[in-house]
Structures are given as C-alpha cells and as structure tokens.
Ligand binder design. Structure first.
Ligand SMILES: [Zn+2]
Ligand SMILES: [Zn+2]
Length: 243
C-alpha cells in the first residue's frame, strides 16, 4: 500500500496525545514507565526476574519479563494495534518492546529459546484478520535471532461445537482453552526453553494455562518463561515501600 493511501485511511496522529505526526509520538514514547524486575506471583522484586521458589506452584512460569506499567497510555497503544491492522503501528510497538528487552538482563534467558506467541482462536483470528502477538513475536525473533513457532499452542473456539462434545471434553475445554496437537514434534529436543510472548499480564492465569499444557506434554522440567508488554502496578506497592 502506498504511503499516501495509508495516511488517508489511518491519519498519522499520536494515539495518546492526538498530535499529528506519528502513531505514537516521541514525547509519549518517553512516558512509558518501565516495570521493575519482579516475581510475577507475589510481585516483590526479583532482580533475575525469577519466580521465588516459595511462590511457585505446579504450573508456574520460571521467569516473566514485563516491559512497562499498564496505564491510560498503554491502553491507547493496545487498542491501536489490536484493531487497526497497520503494519507500521505493530513495528513501532515491536521496536519499543525489543529495545526494552535489550536493556534488561532478561535477554540472557532468550538464548536457545523458542518463541511462542499466545494464540487466539481461529474464530477470533478470522474476525480480526490477524493475531497481533504473532507480529510482535516475529519482530522479537528477528531481532534476537530466535525461532518463532506460531502453531505450537492452539486455542479452542470457546462456543463453537460445544454441542458435539461429550461432558468430559466440555469440562476439559472449559478448564483449559489451550492444547497442543499430538503430532507436534517435541521442541525441547532443539531448544533450551520456551518463551511465551503476550501483551498484557494480569493474574498470570492465561500464561499458567499454557505452561500447564506445555509441561504435561513435554515434561515437568521444561523451562517456560514469558515476555509481556504491560502489567498494572502492584496494588500493594505503596505499603511495601513505606517504612
Ligand atoms: Zn503523543
Ligand atoms: Zn514471589
């Protein structure tokens, strides 16, 4: 698509401050607040990004990197790239994300890791036309020279064909919407770890459901980490920091 048509369809206006120029202007990019390295379970500081041993449960992730604190501005960015299929927007966000990863010590954990974007159901993918996490994972993979496998984890269509399922199948899909095709070769023969790529982490429940599927399928000792873009500030942070 040539630039002028793209500009016509999606005027280059900062999605945050509405100034014309760029989809996310330089000033607003600077306002993105970096998230501190923490244990994603208890949200206390963890310089290596590792989940504390005392916090971990059966299907917890090993290490979770979160680039920025979720804010009003982040929600503007997310809306922009989720609902406007503008390659350029995806590129700006990916570049910022890559830059944040590069500046952190977490990047050492990416060595020999396989990147897996959080999947969306085929139904949602058809509606939206794309899964933005695949674009982000591709950019991260390109930058750090890592393989990306978009179909390792699949996501069930939540409401379709429920009637054709028996009770046990319905229960299983309600418990975990994600699954791995039995025919998938074991990636752990080739990679040291699996790194899930996601946009927003809240409780970590989605990531843990994917981790559960991976560990059941490929072994409990599989290392599963995650790269996430945003997370809300810990609600108890003010009490933790007060003397
Ligand atoms: Zn702006
Ligand atoms: Zn912890």
């Amino acid at each position: 698509m040539n630039i002028s048509l793209l500009d016509f369809l999606f005027p280059r206006m900062c999605s945050i401050c509405k100034r014309y120029g760029n989809y996310i202007c330089d000033d607003c990019q600077k306002l993105l607040k970096r998230n501190l390295p923490e244990c994603y379970i208890c949200r206390r500081l963890s310089p290596s990004y590792a989940s504390h041993l005392e916090c971990k449960k059966r299907y917890s992730l090993d290490k979770v990197f979160v680039a920025w604190e979720y804010s009003r501005m982040s929600s503007g960015i997310l809306k922009l790239y989720k609902y406007k299929n503008v390659q350029e927007v995806s590129k700006i966000i990916s570049d910022l994300f890559v830059c944040a990863i590069e500046k952190s010590s977490f990047k050492c954990n990416l060595k020999d890791s396989l990147l897996v974007p959080v999947p969306i159901s085929t139904l949602r993918k058809n509606e939206r036309g794309f899964n933005q996490m695949e674009c982000i994972a591709d950019e991260v993979g390109r930058k750090f020279q890592l393989d990306v496998k978009i179909d390792l984890i699949c996501c069930r269509n939540s409401s379709t064909h429920q009637a054709n399922k028996n009770k046990a199948e319905r229960y299983e899909s309600k418990q975990n919407p994600f699954y791995i095709k039995n025919s998938s070769p074991n990636p752990l023969l080739q990679y040291k770890s699996i790194t899930i790529v996601d946009d927003v982490i809240t409780t970590g429940n989605t990531l843990e459901k994917i981790t559960q599927i991976i560990k059941i399928h490929y072994g409990m000792d599989t290392i599963v980490n995650a790269l996430c873009m945003f997370r809300g500030k810990p609600y108890y942070l003010s009490t933790v920091l007060s003397p």
